[in-house]
Design a protein around this ligand. Sequence first.
Ligand SMILES: [Zn+2]
Ligand SMILES: [Zn+2]
Length: 364
Amino acid sequence: MPRQRHQRCPACNTNSLAPSSNPAIFDCRECHGLWFEDGSLNHAIAQQHECIDQYEHEVHLGPALRTSDRHCRRCHVPMVHYQLLAHYSTEIDCCPTCDGVWLDKHEVDQVMHSPKIKQALTDLNQSVTWKSWLFQFLTAMPVEYNVKPHRTPWVTRALVALCVLMFGLGALSPEAHEWIFVNLGLNSDTRSPSHFVLQLLSYQFVHGGLMHLAGNIYFLWIIGDNLEDALGHGAFLALYLFAGVMAALAELLLFDTSQGPLLLIGASGSIATLFGLYLMWFRHASLTFMIVVYQKKLAPHWYFLIWSLINLFGMFTSQGGVAWAAHLGGFALGLMLGYLLKDYVFRKNPLIAMLNRSEAVLQR
Ligand SMILES: [Zn+2]
Ligand SMILES: [Zn+2]
């Protein structure tokens, strides 16, 4: 009979605990939570992370919070809640007598990744410094706070290089500038279908002025690396080019050609799609916003809301020279794709998924 009692799940209160392939870990057949016998969780964490020799609750989780209403499967004493991490509001149950640990199903991943979450939250919760202030004051560009990507962003770098190269070639002579503008920019009067298809791709790399180029490649640089990391190189490239094509089509659709042909250049439409994706997957990131001399870290949804309002204002007051429809169309496409691909991206990137949970406490 005592064996029966030992199989009691601390969460379900039924005899549903079954031994797993690891003799020190028990799995609940009902709720799929895990019971770690004697310190086996501590061993598992120490093994996964080289930086931790010996894992101890008090050292890694801080002081105990309060007594839990769950009981240890062996000692039958009430367990104790520990906060998993500072700035991460997940609690786990530990037995004060035998060092057994109970984890609900959703907590398992979080505990195994806890050193990474901790590092990420430390990076994300940094406050702005005089350096970030000076940078934004001088350049009028936001400073980004996000997790460091694991992969080298080769595609992002290549896209930036191509934009710069194209601009550099155009700067060689007025003839070169004219040739690039006419042949590689998008022109709604282009008759040859194959040339038009080429222009749908090439217009994304042509820029009219230095500020236009600098603004676009800066945003591509700061948010492209995280998106490329989340999606993988190939998918990121395909999505970026597809976004540019769709943004051009949105602009063509709303453009009144009775006033002459549409001439479209620049990466803004594709980058607007990246904004939408970024907003859907990186709620934990921050972009700084500056009002005169006051700098503030904003969540992406606030940052891009302000950006959208500026674009809407531009569209309704019909300020010429800027492809407002391409911006907003691209952004809407990004939001939609971001929503559709969210599960896929979170499955591939557990850390991003965990930082998106409401448990991650972000300081802005
Ligand atoms: Zn259970
Ligand atoms: Zn115990």
